[in-house]
Design a protein around this ligand. Structure first.
Ligand SMILES: [Zn+2]
Length: 220
């Protein structure tokens, strides 16, 4: 499958994924990105918006897109749905990490809350907590593309969020619980993705080696 990446300044990405009935949008970037996403769709119907997590640079244009797309399905993990509603409490049985980064919330609510193993068309939902408590990745079962959100970023070199990458510190600096993020990075690597499509940076083909190196650095 061709990967359609919509990017603002090469810094933050959304993706358009083809399905039989139309498109799934993964993440919505910063505010004022709806136009770029709609224009990349080129008139093809957008059926679903699937969010990897509730940070402001991933949900920034959700309200604008939902307004432009009546009836669109909005999907986020049950855990990060609470952050989308600006509920920043941690459950007693959760890792008591600090919620870092921006959680501006949205007026739009999820129409379906996601759990590990759910399907969104051809995408399989893979729990990848750590960067946020309810962060998920989406694995395209047709071709092995992994839409990994901020579990890995490729800007300034492929990195996990378990350790600050001095060339692009933002994702690790905005991370809730780094040991959990490292575990998730390992779980995503075990999927043997053929392509890594991150929230920040370029799409990387055949990413096994660079993911291994990123995990090793994250653990170091
Ligand atoms: Zn993030």
């Amino acid at each position: 499958m061709p990967v359609t990446r919509v990017s603002r300044f090469g810094f933050v990405n959304a993706y358009l994924i083809e399905e039989d009935d139309g498109l799934t949008v993964v993440d919505t970037m910063l505010p004022r990105s709806a136009k770029a996403i709609l224009s990349a769709a080129g008139g093809r119907p957008i059926r679903r918006i699937a969010l990897t997590h509730a940070h402001g640079d991933h949900v920034g244009s959700l309200d604008a897109l939902a307004a432009a797309l009546p009836g669109v399905e909005v999907l986020i993990s049950a855990r990060d749905a609470r952050l989308l509603a600006k509920d920043k409490t941690l459950a007693p049985d959760e890792q008591q990490g600090k919620l870092r980064g921006s959680y501006p919330g949205t007026k739009t609510r999820a129409s379906r809350e996601l759990a590990h193993g759910d399907r969104i068309g051809s995408l399989e939902v893979v729990a990848a907590p750590g960067h946020t408590p309810g962060h998920v990745a989406f694995f395209d079962t047709r071709d092995g593309t992994l839409y990994c959100g901020d579990a890995y970023s490729t800007l300034g070199g492929v990195a996990t969020t378990a350790k600050v990458n001095p060339r692009f510190p933002l994702p690790a600096a905005a991370t809730w619980h780094r040991p959990t993020a490292l575990e998730s990075a390992r779980a995503l690597r075990a999927l043997e993705p053929t392509r890594l499509a991150p929230g920040h940076g370029k799409v990387v083909d055949s990413p096994a080696g660079v993911m291994d190196a990123a995990i090793a650095r994250g653990a170091g």
